[in-house]
Design a protein around this ligand. Structure first.
Ligand code: DP6
Length: 404
């Protein structure tokens, strides 16, 4: 028990990494805002941490005088209710463990204050959903620190709903549950990332984003005002979840992609049905949507599938053999503002010569500079323990290490 052994020393420390996830059946709306219980189940794909991850170090020491938290190097208020809920719940699970000599050590560890440092390997300004990875990572690191091995998606859910899905790799379902106390509102893995090795993901990071309505606030207004959301949660989502599971099981990209696009569109339709309406899609998102449909129409089947969350970045699914050509289509449609260096990041992308008919059919009105860059990634595993002590974000003094 690493946490317990470390308690003998003055300082115990654990570091974990956690992934971002993108929903293909969207979560939108809570039936309990305190416990973060959703009005419908949802399903997501966990993205690979080589491209997008949060790293968090949690430390406990009898020398610490207060709980402290640093995000990307800057100290922030540790009193945030959702951070406090995660801390409280992990500690509760740690106390609950019975028997064994480690309990005394864990108990003293539990009485110490904690220092937590967290950072992303991608720019926060890119507007990529980071709260899911952030809370999944916080809960993973705290659990390691205290030696908790229980099911933790229930705890991560208390940080951010979508965070419970980042506790698993591959394809993940968050079951809405029925109980008022939320003990059955959990995430579980539908299939591991190895199940569909050809699946690829492009994140189109859009330029000049302004801060949209936060999901927490937006979804509550939707719950209160949108009859479409009610119908979606009660009727549409249960049917779609079953369909989506089957498409994933059969690795049917046509079915998977079409349903992902429809579900993204319906989520944004519920935003428009919210009163006053919420707009997450903009002209550029609509341009990307049109481009994807033209591209699919040109090929006569679904080769690419977009999905958008509560912001204008596009996430596009495709199979590996489509990546080179579609990246070239994006490059022609949104010519990079500068010389194009770093326009494509992440997994390697090969060059592709586009047939003239394809260009004529899909690249209609190029918008220079509209897409800042493309991130090429794929499905990946769940949270990981970082064994190498040189990777801790906190030093032996319990303060953030100076970053290179
Ligand atoms: C549009 O998980 O960020 O990304 O539970 O209030 O923290 P809170 O909301 P959050 O909502 C995510 C909404 C979404 C769809 C999804 O990820 O399923």
């Amino acid at each position: 028990v690493p946490g317990a052994m470390a308690a003998e020393r003055a300082l115990a420390m654990a570091t974990c990494t956690a992934p971002v996830n993108i929903a293909v059946i969207k979560y939108w709306g809570k039936r309990d805002t305190d416990l973060i219980l959703p009005i419908n189940s949802s399903l997501s794909v966990t993205l690979h941490q080589d491209q997008l991850k949060t790293t968090t170090t949690a430390a406990a020491s009898r020398d610490f005088t207060e709980d402290r938290l640093w995000l990307n190097g800057a100290e922030v208020d540790v009193g945030h209710p959702r951070v406090q809920a995660c801390l409280r719940e992990v500690r509760r699970l740690a106390r609950k463990r019975r028997g064994g000599s480690e309990d005394a050590a864990t108990l003293s560890l539990l009485s110490y204050k904690v220092h937590i440092a967290s950072e992303n390997n991608f720019p926060t300004a890119a507007g990529l959903a980071s709260s899911a990875a952030g809370y999944a990572c916080l809960v993973s690191a705290l659990a390691r620190l205290y030696g908790v091995e229980d099911e933790l998606s229930e705890v991560a859910r208390r940080g951010s709903g979508s965070a419970c899905r980042s506790m698993w790799g591959g394809f993940v379902q968050w079951q809405r549950g029925e109980r008022p106390d939320g003990t059955d509102s959990l995430a579980h893995q539908v299939a591991p990332e190895t199940h569909w090795p050809e699946l690829r993901v492009l994140v189109l990071v859009v330029s000049g984003q302004k801060k949209p309505v936060a999901s927490t606030v937006g979804m509550q207004t939707s719950v209160e005002t949108s009859p479409l959301l009610k119908h979606r949660a009660e009727v549409v989502v249960p049917e779609r979840l079953a369909q989506m599971m089957q498409h994933i099981r059969e690795r049917d990209f046509e079915g998977f992609g079409q349903l992902a696009m429809r579900d993204s569109n319906q989520f944004h339709a519920t935003c428009l049905d919210t009163f006053p309406p919420i707009f997450y899609l903009n002209d550029l998102s609509r341009h990307i949507i049109t481009l994807a449909h033209r591209y699919n129409a040109h090929h006569g089947h679904t080769k690419v599938a977009y999905t958008f969350d509560a912001g204008p970045n596009a996430v596009i699914f495709m199979l590996a053999d489509t990546v080179d050509e579609f990246v070239e289509v994006v490059r022609r449609s949104f010519p990079p503002a500068t010389n194009g260096d770093q326009f494509v990041r992440g997994l390697p992308v090969g060059s592709a010569a586009l047939p003239q008919e394809l260009v004529a059919a899909v690249v209609t009105e190029p918008v220079p500079g509209a897409v800042q860059y493309i991130l090429h990634t794929k499905p990946g595993p769940g949270p990981q323990l970082v064994d190498d002590p040189s990777q801790h974000l906190l030093g032996a003094d319990g303060l953030p290490r100076r970053r290179a």
